[in-house]
Design a protein around this ligand. Structure first.
Ligand SMILES: [Zn+2]
Length: 224
């Protein structure tokens, strides 16, 4: 059995801290119902775990919302960093699809050790984001000024910058985005916007339709 070190935490604690971190990162309200939805866990199970996490000092409740304490943030930063680093490794080196990489990284994030993390960081050339453009905690990433794709007028060209974590959890979404080259660095031109908010984009000469909810979440940069 491996010696227990102070940096090891219960995988479930890590999952919860990670989920709270990501909900906060996406600007969503951090309440138990949201956690249950994101983790696909029953509400009673979430409320039991939230009690344990508060007792252990990982989270606190302020103004009806859950917040990570300093030690909760420490756990979250580490697990999110390992998740995003693993995604990079799995896509860039092993050439897995986005969706496979996201799924696998959800397991790797709990078992990567400090030394493996350091070697992966070096091998990958110290990446600052995951393949979807989400910052790797501790990498010093400075995010450019982004806007939601949905706020851009037809006729404008944008550079896709970030696919927020929330979209990574929508079934089929990563496959859709990857297949249509909606990825960080891609330049797209908005051709038209339908009455339901669906956006028609020209991506490298192919037409892609992005629904309103997705267009609200995908972050882009513009030249002006
Ligand atoms: Zn990602």
């Amino acid at each position: 059995m491996a010696p227990h070190t102070s940096t090891e935490h219960h995988p479930a604690f890590e999952e919860y801290c990670e989920t709270i971190f990501e909900l906060e990162e996406d600007g969503l309200k951090v309440i138990q119902a949201r956690i249950a939805e994101r983790m696909e866990i029953s509400r009673p199970a979430v409320s039991e775990m939230v009690r344990r996490l508060s007792r252990e000092g990982y989270i606190e409740k302020t103004q009806g919302q859950l917040k990570l304490t300093a030690s909760g943030k420490e756990v979250a930063n580490r697990v999110v960093r390992r998740h995003r680093l693993a995604e990079r490794f799995l896509t860039d080196v092993l050439k897995l699809s986005w969706s496979e990489a996201h799924h696998e990284a959800g397991k790797w994030e709990h078992v990567i050790s400090d030394s493996v993390e350091a070697s992966m960081t070096e091998l990958l050339g110290e990446p600052t984001t995951c393949p979807h453009g989400n910052p790797i905690p501790g990498s010093g990433y400075v995010e450019p000024a982004t806007e939601a794709l949905s706020t851009i007028q037809p006729g404008s060209a944008v550079t896709i910058t970030r696919i927020p974590e929330e979209l990574e959890f929508v079934p089929g979404m990563l496959e859709f985005l990857e297949t249509h080259s909606i990825r960080p660095g891609t330049v797209a031109t908005i051709k038209s916007v339908l009455s339901d908010g669906t956006m028609k984009l020209d991506v490298d000469g192919s037409m892609v339709e992005v629904d309103a909810r997705t267009a609200d979440r995908v972050l882009v940069t513009t030249d002006n």
